[in-house]
Design a binder for this molecule. Structure first.
Ligand SMILES: Cc1ncc(COP(=O)(O)O)c(C=O)c1O
Length: 385
């Protein structure tokens, strides 16, 4: 259609810049070995950090809920889409995150955009780490609050920005705890003190910390022992929990406020029972099976040491995300392609997911990876070096 011809110009530009995105179809679940186009590959790119999306116990729980409740939830939470499983999962999350209460969203993306934009408005200030996830950035924009982006993990800069702004306005500081593309970790103890000093609300996104950090796997708030000092804790059920959905955990008043004010909660169909039951079972497993987390950390350490010995430019990280900096799109695509030929699937990450010049191979590990998988991965990296 003539009115859409401009799209071809846009697409040509994306192609010319080697930024065109394509899908790779997996013909199986998120196991260490996956099938793509009928061939087996070692998967180094999943956020299912504890392998729970294919755990038989989780699958069984989801299957039983599917039998009992059917496929879809049939409505938004405030109309007809609220079940006993929604309540049970919210209670489970609150106890897991050690907060008074919790509320579910259909995704982490919706939790972030809806919550941020309802906590601050045009007269307020929002402070955001420059490497925060897109859903946080979009939430900040949607809020229309005055946006202050501070350098990655630079709490001194954040301190000085907080000092300068009008004292009587609401201030919201929002940050990933583990950053999705670099895999590094915010100094949460220091950050809570800073927010207290400036009477700023702190919201943390635990998407990549949940299941991976903390004795009980509850995330960075547990790891830094600041569970009672972070008023707004966001997380997702789509990564280590191996299911689908997002949540906010906090005080009862905060959760009541969200239930009454947040549009992405109010006007969205609720999660289906199979996802809820899977999440409940997964969190139960995360809390009780520390061995799985310990094994994951062993694999992370082995892989990082191996890559560094091979001379790769590994970005220092504190999580199951192990990024290898490659710079521009072309060498990144080449490396991903070479690795694929050696039987390893780990895609190239390019702008807009990362800044120009910061392309990378973002590898991520799962507790289901064995020593042999890591050795196989390292030998592929050695061959294509
Ligand atoms: C840091 C972070 N926050 C939020 C999200 C969004 O979560 P979901 O995938 O559940 O929408 C993601 C997912 O990629 C993420 O990495």
């Amino acid at each position: 259609m003539e009115c859409l011809e401009w799209i071809n110009d846009e697409l040509k530009q994306v192609h010319d810049n080697k930024l065109f995105r394509y899908l790779t179809e997996l013909q199986c679940g998120q196991s260490p070995e996956v099938t793509i186009g009928g061939k087996k590959y070692l998967l180094l790119a999943s956020n299912s950090y504890l392998g729970l999306s294919v755990d038989p116990r989780v699958i069984q729980a989801a299957g039983e809920a599917l039998e009992k409740y059917g496929t879809g939830s049939g409505g938004s939470r405030l109309v007809s889409g609220s079940s006993d499983l929604h309540r049970q999962l919210e209670e489970k999350i609150a106890s897991f995150k050690n907060t008074e209460s919790a509320i579910l969203f259909s995704s982490g993306y919706l939790a972030n955009i809806g919550t941020i934009s309802s906590m601050v408005g045009p007269d307020d200030f929002v402070y955001s780490d420059e490497l925060n996830h897109a859903s946080i950035i979009d939430g900040c924009r949607l809020s229309k609050a005055r946006l202050r982006v501070y350098r990655h993990l630079d709490l001194d800069e954040l301190d000085s920005l907080l000092s300068k702004d009008h004292q009587s306005r609401k201030k919201l500081v929002v940050t990933d705890t583990v950053f999705s593309m670099d895999g590094d970790l915010v100094e949460l103890q220091e950050l809570t003190e800073l927010c207290e000093k400036h009477n700023a609300m702190l919201m943390v996104d635990e998407a990549h910390a949940t299941g991976v950090l903390g004795e009980r796997g509850s995330g960075a708030t547990e790891h830094f022992r600041v569970e009672d000092k972070v008023p707004i804790v966001m997380g997702t059920l789509s990564k280590a929990v191996g299911s689908l959905g997002g949540y906010i955990a906090g005080s009862s008043e905060l959760i009541d406020y969200i239930r009454n004010r947040v549009r992405s909660y109010i006007f969205d169909t609720s999660l289906p029972a199979s996802s809820l039951a899977a999440s409940i079972k997964s969190i139960e497993i995360i809390e009780t099976e520390k061995e799985s987390r310990d094994h994951l950390w062993k694999m992370i350490s082995k892989f990082k040491i191996g890559l560094t010995e091979l001379g790769y430019n590994v970005i220092p990280s504190d999580s199951a995300i192990i990024p290898i900096l490659t710079g521009n799109p072309e060498p990144t695509l080449q490396l991903a392609d070479d690795l694929r030929k050696e039987g390893v699937f780990t895609p190239a990450v390019r702008p807009p997911s990362v800044a120009p010049g910061k392309c990378r191979i973002r590898t991520s590990l799962m507790s289901s990876h064995t020593e042999q998988h890591i050795e196989k991965a390292l030998s592929a990296f050695e061959k294509v070096r």
